[in-house]
Structures are given as structure tokens and as C-alpha cells.
Ligand binder design. Sequence first.
Ligand code: ARG
Ligand code: ZN
Ligand code: CA
Length: 274
Amino acid sequence: QMAADPALRQRMQAIEEFTRNAIQNGRMLANGTIEIPVVVNVLWKTQVQNVSDAQIATQIEVLNKDFSATNSDYNQTPSIFQSVASGDIPVRFVLYSVVRKKTKKSSWQLNDAMKKSQQGGIDPTNPTTMMNMWVCNLAGGYLGYAQFPGGDPATDGVVIDDNAFGTIGSAQAPFNLGRTATHEVGHWLNLRHIWGDATCGNDFVGDTPLHNTYNFGCPTYPHYSTCSGTPVEMTMNYMDYTDDACMFMFTAGQENRMMAVFAPGGPRNSFAQP
Ligand code: ARG
Ligand code: ZN
Ligand code: CA
């Protein structure tokens, strides 16, 4: 997107500055919980790809459990990370509608075609007040991708591969616990990958340890970083690349970053309006 839209880098930099200030000044929203209406856009070729309402419900439930820290595996958080684990993040997801479309395409690239009716996809519904999710077969084994705050509303939302969506039906192990959506919604709310997409990179979150790179599978605890100080990596954070069963927490610092996007003047304040 940055290559296609040079001004995006500037907008995202401004959002970074805003986020830092909002967190420092405590310019968070008041106590209320933010309810995000969710539109699920289903692009299907085979019957199993036409995910059922019940499968969609499992995904919404996982999002609400993970954001409220009521997920059943939350208590597996290692003791050294318990003081920074987020607890209940006051964001909830409510299914608003499901849009379905039969397609002749067997798979979709990461080029946003699924978000454009002119390219065989489905245009988003009310993207400035609702979170759009697209469920489709992504080419190349991708589990999902998201658009950060600051992008074009016409392509805003998250895309989840049909085999990584919800917990039943087309969902396939080891990505059948709905965590791809938790991870992508993290991006949608401005979280970066925990390794900062660089060797020992920066995720702009103070309470996550330095990771030299991503982790796959289910690392044995403790897994040490090769970055300076060799900290224990937080491989169970939703913003790593571990298996669904092996990620179960956000941190308080990540919560602050996510909540900052809803603050007055923030890039997703339109979702926080009553
Ligand atoms: N690769 C994807 C991304 O960077 C998602 C990874 C999700 N991981 C998972 N265990 N479900 O956005
Ligand atoms: Zn990611
Ligand atoms: Ca960090």
C-alpha cells in the first residue's frame, strides 16, 4: 500500500506520533466499552467455503474471549509475563451482518480484490463505523492479512483464510482456534508484529520483550531471544506467528496502543461514537 500510495507513510507516521502522545497524556476514552459492529463478507466456491452462521459465531466468540482475557488458555501465561498481560480490553465485537457471494475464483491474492465488487469481490459495508472481515481462500498458504489504521476506507478491514476462520467447519488445525482473526484485528487496531518486522525490531510497545524474529509452531518455554540481553521471548503473544493453541495474550502496552486509535482525534474514533 505504501508503494501505491506514498502519502500513506506520512499518515501512518502522524498516527504513530498521535499514539505516543495519546498514551503519554492518558488521552484514552472514558470507561465505556467500545462495541464494534462486524460485517462478515464470505466469498465461496465450494460448499465448505460458504462458512455457516454457526462457524461465524465461533469466530466472534473467540474475538470477544481473547479481547476480554476470558479465553480458557489465558491462565497459561507464564508468571514472568503475568504483570504485563493485558487483562480485559474494553472492546467487544458484535455481528452486524453477513454478506455472501459465490465466486468462480479458486483463490485470492493479497491485492484486495476480495474487497472490490468490480474485481469479483464484495465492497465493504460502512467501513468507517463497522469492521469488515472477508473470508475467502487465500493463495500461497496465507492465513490472513489486515489493513492498519490510516489506510483507504474502501479497503479497510481484515481478511481471513477460510481454513483459519472460527473453530468449526472449514477451520483446520493448527489454525482452528480463531486466533488468526485475533492477530489481524490486532493489526487493524495498530499493533505491529512482536519482532517489529526486523531483526530485533521495534513494535512500539514497551512491555513486550525484544524478539530477534518470528516464532512458528509451539516453542518450548522459555525460548530465549538472541537480541541484546537475551530476554525470554513472549511467544504466546497474539502478535507472534505461533500456532493458535500457543498464543493466548496481549500486553497492557498493546492494549494502550489499541485503545489510542479510538481516542478523540484518533484514526478509529469513528468506531467509538455512541
Ligand atoms: N501471517 C498472518 C499475518 O501476519 C497471520 C498469522 C496468524 N497466526 C496464527 N497462529 N493464527 O497477519
Ligand atoms: Zn501479522
Ligand atoms: Ca517491545
